[in-house]
Design a protein around this ligand. Structure first.
Ligand code: C2E
Ligand code: CA
Ligand code: CA
Ligand code: CA
Length: 277
């Protein structure tokens, strides 16, 4: 028993060392990824449930390390947040998204709303509002084509969310509460922030057809959001049955693999043209 205990100990130590080494190596490469131009944005369409029209897209960050392996955001975003690297990376994402909004507005694709994920570190930055002001001015885009997505959990722990949101909506930007339903906050408290959009977390959407509770919660969220004048996005919609359920509950916008996964710019543009034809 003693021997096996020691083996287990050695095994864990080995595991930890491996993981730490991997983390350090990832962090090291993450620091140079911006300069090395290893990031790009993918776009996933947002579809109007009633008209089937493309309303916009969510921009999702991708990291191709040395052009080879793509590292998922779930692995590098938390690390980037921990190390403060999310601030310059997030700035790059916003810049890129605004450039894309401008390019589409001037092309056959036309004006599309682009939703960008914003992390807490970015919101806490002193110059964040000025940065956005400057961004809109430089790119000369309609401010309502840029939507900032902030998670419900983040807003729960943020002291000055209402002041910040007020300023951002004065700029004309759209504000969206992401992953709604996972933070156990009261909708009435969140509406004090005057968001435009509520995104129901995909865990509810995916459970709705198998689980009566998830279905009831989804239905209730949509009803409450609508009575408060908010637009509702259902994300993670993968099947025709899920789409049908959300249609019957009048969710406004649909996002998910059922329509399309996140795509690189050119593939997204092709998808838009095909969807419209
Ligand atoms: P999120 O904001 O909740 O984004 C939605 C995630 O669901 C994306 O994962 C998307 O690819 C995935 N998804 C979309 N449709 C479906 C579907 O039908 N089924 C399933 N199973 N998944 C679907 P992704 O791209 O891996 O991003 C993960 C998370 O990383 C995002 O979650 C967001 O929190 C974060 N993230 C991504 N890009 C950025 C960024 O530019 N900045 C920040 N701060 N965070 C980002
Ligand atoms: Ca999001
Ligand atoms: Ca989400
Ligand atoms: Ca999420």
């Amino acid at each position: 028993a003693k021997a096996s205990g020691r083996n287990t100990y050695q095994y864990y130590t080995h595991e930890l060392t491996q993981r730490t080494r991997r983390q350090l190596s990832l962090e090291h490469h993450l620091r140079s990824a911006l300069a090395d131009q290893e990031f790009h944005l993918c776009y996933q369409p947002l579809i109007d449930q009633r008209t089937n029209a493309i309303v916009g897209a969510e921009a999702l960050l991708r990291w191709d390390r040395e052009g080879a392996v793509t590292i998922p955001p779930s692995e590098f975003i938390p690390l980037a947040e921990e190390r403060g690297l999310i601030v310059p990376i997030g700035k790059w994402v916003l810049e890129q998204a605004c450039r894309q909004i401008g390019a589409w507005s001037a092309s056959d694709i036309g004006p599309l709303r682009v939703a960008v994920n914003v992390s807490g570190r970015q919101l806490d930055q002193r110059g964040f509002t000025r940065e956005l002001d400057d961004l809109l001015l430089r790119h000369q885009i309609r401010p309502d084509l840029l939507e900032l997505e902030v998670t419900e959990t983040l807003l729960l722990h943020h002291d000055n969310a209402s002041g910040l949101f007020e300023y951002l909506s004065q700029l004309g930007l759209r504000l969206s509460i992401d992953d709604f339903g996972t933070g156990y906050s009261s909708l009435s408290r969140l509406t004090q922030l005057h968001p435009n959009t509520l995104k129901i977390d995909q865990s509810f959407i995916q459970a709705a057809l198998e689980n009566a509770n998830a279905a009831a919660i989804t239905t209730a969220i949509i009803q409450m959001a609508h009575s408060l004048g908010l637009e509702v996005v259902a994300e993670g919609v993968e099947t025709p049955e899920q789409l049908q359920f959300l249609r019957s509950r009048s969710a406004d916008l649909i996002q998910g693999y059922h329509f399309s996964p996140p795509l690189k710019v050119h593939a997204f543009e092709e998808w838009v043209r095909k969807h419209r034809s």
